[in-house]
Design a protein around this ligand. Structure first.
Ligand SMILES: Cc1ncc(COP(=O)(O)O)c(C=O)c1O
Length: 512
């Protein structure tokens, strides 16, 4: 018999791996120790970053130690530091340390959490963690749910499940291109604060973005439920088929929470799917002083929340809860011989590929499970309330300043406001031309301030639109942010605002 051939694996020798691993952990630990010292945004042109990584594909293997060294040498200097206490862009969590370790541990076993057999522990950890999250939200703990790549995919999972459950015929088999469809299906959300991901979901589902109908908001940026009812009536009379209302649980600009109980009433009366988009704020339900605002969340048919936002877990990690667990496999179950492959035995459990859109899926639950164990609910309560305190502090600074304008009451961790020098805030009554000129000027000014602070490296602040005006917006979603960070950011915004205003005034013709 021929001698067996020697196959290469290119795996590292265990001692070499250990040494490289120690070096990698040192690099990460040094990073955490100094994350505050990096410019939050590298402020390098795209061409510079592109050039840093522009090399031809390696045809033969390189030294693993040298590859790891490229991290501190090349990657970190070209990275935006979301983990900085002064990163306030989009809605991005700061990344838990346990989450970092969890990512490495999960990769080491490399399980596919799409199925129970390939991932028994991962599946049960995910089920347990989903149950814990439901408990934190006071949502029924016998709900279904799973971790997704993020809030958009959580919203997709929820809204598709809702469509399947409410459509009145088998949309899974026959889709939306059938005469059985009673009319165009429509989705409802608040006009000012409804999130763009819902449009994306409507587009992906083939409903089209026009299927998303906007409901007027109240002065506090929450949905006007009387207006919702009026819109539902009008659309139904016009032949549309409303099937889903999306309530915001922590909105994108103001951290507002829609009147969930009232929306739940409307949905119950009309047999509509009530989806609560709590990507930003659902976990705020653990804060006793905020809890009353969450009344009715437990009545939602589905809830989105993003551990990679306000639970600070490293990317990617969204989560969807569905009150009636059986509806998930109704929406996502698949049938193929190679997926079953075993007889029913005690050595199997449910397969997550039947509960969501992904088949193969990573062990995302581990980083949530480990982070929750590390902090406990109490720890999270402390961290979340610190963020809320920071938003309140920022609001106080804005309100006591002549050159800033408050736009809403602070709630949760997202806060938007405007830089407006005192003499440019008001136009004489009835002088629309002057008002328009001031608005255009202030839009430009606020955009330039955000760009300026980003390039300064001190903090990362972005703009948004509030009532069609360009304004500054901070999402204080870092477990490392302190009141000092808020003060430093605020003072820097003011300083840059003063400088830019000096430069711009004459050119933009708003007077001295
Ligand atoms: C309210 C809301 N829903 C959904 C999303 C989408 O989440 P993701 O970016 O994780 O897909 C976001 C993102 O900011 C959000 O704020």
């Amino acid at each position: 018999m021929a001698a067996s051939e020697e196959f290469d694996t290119f795996d590292l020798d265990p001692d070499d791996f250990r040494e490289l691993g120690y070096r990698t952990v040192d690099v990460i630990a040094d990073y955490f120790a100094g994350v505050d010292d990096f410019p939050v945004f590298p402020g390098r042109a795209q061409s510079t970053v592109e050039a840093a990584f522009d090399e031809s594909i390696p045809s033969s293997g390189q030294d693993p130690a040298a590859i790891v060294e490229e991290w501190p040498e090349k990657v970190l200097p070209n990275t935006t530091h979301t983990g900085s206490p002064r990163y306030f862009g989009f809605v991005m969590g700061s990344g838990t340390m346990m989450g970092v370790l969890a990512e490495a541990l999960a990769a080491s076993v490399n399980v596919n959490a799409g199925g129970w057999k390939p991932a028994p522990a991962a599946t049960e950890i995910e089920r347990q963690t989903v149950e814990w999250i439901a408990e934190m939200l006071d949502y029924p703990t016998d709900c279904g749910g799973l971790f997704t790549s993020g809030g958009t995919m959580a919203n997709l999972t929820a809204i598709l499940t809702g469509l399947r459950a409410t459509a009145g015929y088998d949309t899974k088999a026959r889709g939306l291109q059938t005469g059985e469809r009673p009319g165009p299906y429509t989705i409802y959300m608040a006009d000012h604060e409804g999130h763009s991901s819902v449009y994306r979901v409507a587009e992906i589902l083939g409903l089209g973005a026009d299927a998303v109908r906007l409901v007027p908001s109240r002065d506090d940026f929450t949905m006007d439920v009387d207006a919702l009812e009026a819109r539902l009536d009008a659309d139904a009379a016009a032949g549309d088929v409303p099937f889903c209302v999306v309530g915001q649980v922590g909105s994108i600009n103001a951290g507002a929470i829609d009147p969930l109980d009232e929306i739940a009433d409307v949905c119950a009366e009309r047999d509509l799917w009530f989806h609560a988009d709590g990507a930003i704020g659902a976990v705020g339900a653990i804060l006793p002083d905020k809890r009353p605002q969450y009344a009715g969340l437990e009545r939602a048919d589905s809830v989105t929340l993003d551990p990679h936002k306000w639970l600070y877990v490293p990317y990617e990690c969204g989560c969807v809860l569905v009150r009636d667990e059986s509806l998930l496999p109704e929406a996502f179950a698949m049938d193929a011989a190679y997926l079953q492959g075993t007889m029913r035995t005690p050595y199997e459990g449910f397969d997550y590929y039947e509960h969501g859109p992904q088949m193969s899926r990573g062990f995302r639950a581990l980083k949530v499970w480990m982070s929750l164990k590390h902090y406990g609910v109490e720890g999270y309560r402390t961290l979340l309330s610190q963020n809320v305190r920071c938003a309140e502090h920022l609001d106080a600074r804005v309100r006591e300043s002549d050159d800033f304008v408050a736009l809403h009451e602070p709630n949760l961790h997202v806060y938007s406001f405007q830089y407006a020098p005192a003499d440019l805030q008001d136009a004489p009554a009835g002088d629309d031309e002057r008002r328009e000129a001031l608005d255009a000027y202030l839009d430009e000014l606020n955009q330039r301030i955000a760009d300026g602070i980003q390039l300064s490296g001190v903090a990362f602040v972005m703009t948004t639109s509030m009532h069609d005006r360009t304004v500054l917006r901070l999402s204080i979603c870092s477990h490392r942010t302190t009141l000092d960070d808020v003060d430093e950011t605020f003072e820097t915004l003011r300083e840059i605002g003063g400088q830019v205003d000096d430069e711009l005034r004459e050119g933009l013709d708003v007077g001295a």
